[in-house]
Design a protein around this ligand. Structure first.
Ligand code: SF4
Length: 84
């Protein structure tokens, strides 16, 4: 198992990363997509190896629910899905 990082990580055809400078550790993402996100010892969100088991809708909801829009989602061509 690899050490979790804040990405970018491929999740079901999306490229997802957490901007650690923006992340304030609010953990909304952990509540909405627990298989995809966790907080590390610095209270910054990391992307888990189990992220592929999380529904895409939950990942998108987590990104939308992040109070500082720190979760950035792109499709496989690099087109921004969220935030717009
Ligand atoms: S919801 Fe946003 S600010 Fe909160 S832990 Fe997740 S990425 Fe960080």
């Amino acid at each position: 198992m690899t050490k979790p990082t804040s990405g970018p990580k491929k999740i079901n055809g999306w490229k997802v990363r957490v901007d650690r400078k923006l992340c304030i550790g609010a953990a909304t993402c952990v509540a909405l997509a627990a298989k995809a996100f966790a907080l590390d010892t610095e209270a910054k969100a990391v992307i888990l190896d189990t992220a592929n088991e999380e529904a895409k809708e939950a990942i998108l909801d987590a990104a939308k629910g992040c109070p500082v829009a720190a979760i950035i989602i792109e499709d496989e061509n690099g087109k921004r899905i969220y935030p717009k």
